[in-house]
Design a protein around this ligand. Sequence first.
Ligand code: AP5
Length: 212
Amino acid sequence: MNGSIVLFGPPGAGKGTQASRMSKLTGKPQVSTGDMLRAAVAADTNLGREAKGYMEAGLLVPDEVIIGLISERLQQPDAESGLLLDGYPRTIIQAESLDEIESVSVVVSIEVPDDAIVQRIVGRRMDPETGKIYHIEFNPPPAEIADRVVQRKDDNEETVRSRLLAYHEQTAPLANWYGERGVLLRINGNQGIEEVGDSIESALLELSGKDA
Ligand code: AP5
């Protein structure tokens, strides 16, 4: 499949959870703007200092900041056959800017109702050593690492509400935008982790003309 693949959906939809399986399937490197921003905040770079307040308030980081970051990433040699973009674009302006520099072959939209989102976000934990994502109920960390998993600073109920608001106002309209361009692939994200992965895999294999 030529061009980049966009992983699209509300906060906590399961984009990060599905990304490594999709990356293996397609051979495209996963690039998460959320991970890039969190790394910049941890390293206390200019970018991190600029982004931190927005992230902690559950707001989107300004377009000009994030567009520069992805434009640079797309110039790296491993991006030649496209990237698996997790969490980018999130506004029409970001999508228009991406459209100028990169072709998008498919936008995988993981669809999950708002009432399931809060429970997913508040129960999420991450292993800082491997970056693997867990959930205290739906995908518990193995006992031997249970002591070291951490919770993201923006994974609290209040911030999730702001993130959902930002999603509905600024990001959700992108589904129509990509739908009009004939590249939107809707996936039911309101099922188990394996089932969501299987649905994505068979839809992508069908699109690329292989047997599902
Ligand atoms: P970002 O890190 O991208 O956060 P997000 O979009 O809010 O997405 P999440 O990482 O919260 O969720 P996910 O869909 O990856 O879900 P996950 O797989 O972890 O962005 C953070 C911030 O950075 C933004 O708020 C913004 O400030 C800024 N930012 C980033 N990109 C930007 C951009 N392009 N423009 C402007 N600002 C930007 O799963 C969640 C939990 O659910 C886990 O615990 C998981 O185990 C569980 N789970 C997953 N799938 C299932 C399932 N099927 N059933 C049950 N549980 C499940």
